[in-house]
Write a new protein. Structure first.
Length: 399
């Protein structure tokens, strides 16, 4: 059944011959009317086996030497495929959440007994309806199925017996005429895709110009539709690159960096969709078809401050001014050697909340402005780092 192979209507008669509960070696068993003979082995199992038998009545005759002959009647019953098809089909994926469950039977069914054996997991309330001939059952859930959930429908005793089998233990006959449980499994469609993370965060006012713009989606995306729906204003040439199984896309300017002090609007239109065909859900209300719009501003360019050429430059970080401040403050620093430098802002819990500089800087004295209009009052720390030195100072925002 798992491999969708048509059910075998041929059967098996097998069993054991024992003496006082102990299996007999070298047994001889004859199957009539086919006159097939099974000669046993010496492995102390007393086992015999006849296969590829058509439905019908048979006699199992024990003819083992040293024991009295005995005959057991055995009947093989033909098995029929009770359930012929379903909607959705077994092992389906991306099933619509409003999909009714349809089960087609090969014969007229006792509707009450079928309903009593029906179960669905995870459980969901619904209504049962039959066609006129009681051969088609439709189960309609009372509410939408859950997103991206594995469901299993079971009908106890209404599956298809893999093969008719009779087991004969001396004179005790056991058959498997009862059907196995029927099971149908399927997975519902995923949630419409939405944005999990962005780089920068929406309304960032000091995005580091050397970083790439990043968008992380909740689902694997159809990259062509995202590319067609993506726009950035003012326009800037660049490339989109995907990673993490096409859930994350980075936009890198062709020049290697964004311009300083520039306001941008990034849009991913509602035509962007996941590989399951569901359109973007920007407002996360589980209803697809919303465009995502994000605005941000790149950092201000550090300004060089005139320095007396007779005094050698050294690494230093000056106390910000004004301090306390609202909402902007100036941060001055000096760099002694050509190399990468960064200035980052942290809150009192040590979390990075802003990055003002992350770039290659020539030796000199500089001033940079932090606009904290979108931050709450409190104590913050600013940290200057180069390849060789680090310095941290404290400042206070008061609104």
């Amino acid at each position: 059944e798992y491999f969708k192979i048509p059910f075998d209507t041929l059967g098996i008669i097998c069993g054991t011959q024992k003496n006082n509960g102990i299996p007999i070696n070298n047994i001889v068993v004859r199957l009539l009317p086919l006159n097939k003979v099974y000669n046993g082995d010496t492995f102390n199992n007393g086992y015999f086996f006849f296969d590829s038998l058509a439905p019908g009545n048979y006699n199992v005759v024990f003819e083992t030497l040293g024991f009295s002959q005995d005959t057991v009647n055995a009947a093989l019953f033909a098995t029929a495929k009770t359930i012929t098809s379903t909607l959705p089909s077994d092992q389906s994926t991306n099933v619509n959440r409003n999909q009714p469950i349809v089960i087609n039977f090969s014969k007229t069914m006792d509707t009450a007994s079928v309903r009593s054996t029906f179960s669905i997991s995870p459980n969901i309330v619904g209504t049962f309806a039959w066609n006129i001939g009681n051969t088609v059952l439709t189960f309609t859930p009372a509410s939408l199925l859950l997103f991206k959930t594995d469901y299993t429908i079971t009908l106890a005793g209404l599956g298809n017996t893999p093969q008719p089998t009779v087991f004969v233990d001396n004179k005790i006959v056991t058959t498997n005429v009862g059907a196995v449980p029927f099971k149908l499994t399927f997975q519902t469609q995923s949630l419409p895709p939405y944005l999990l993370l962005t780089q920068p965060k929406p309304n960032d006012t000091a995005f580091v110009v050397t970083l790439s713009l990043g968008l992380k989606f909740s689902e694997t995306m159809d990259t062509a539709s995202v590319r067609a729906a993506f726009s950035i204003v003012p326009a800037i040439n660049g490339t989109l690159s995907w990673s993490q199984q096409n859930t994350t896309v980075l936009f890198k300017p062709a020049s290697g960096s964004f311009p300083y002090s520039t306001n941008y609007t990034v849009t991913v239109g509602a035509t962007a969709k996941s590989i399951y065909g569901l359109a973007l859900d920007a407002n996360k209300d589980t209803v697809p078809g919303d465009a995502f719009v994000m605005q941000f501003r790149t950092q201000n360019q550090p300004t060089s401050v005139a320095e007396n050429g007779n005094i050698p430059l050294k690494f230093s970080l000056v106390q910000n001014y004004p301090n306390p401040f609202n909402p902007t403050t100036n941060i001055e620093f000096s760099i002694a050697e050509l190399g990468f430098a960064s200035i980052k802002i942290y809150d009192v819990l040590g979390r990075e909340v802003a990055s003002l500089l992350n770039d290659k800087v020539s030796p000199g004295k500089y001033s940079i402005v932090w606009d904290a209009a979108n931050f709450s009052s409190g104590v913050y720390f600013y940290k200057l780092s180069t390849e060789k030195n680090t310095s941290i100072k404290r400042m206070m925002l008061v609104k």
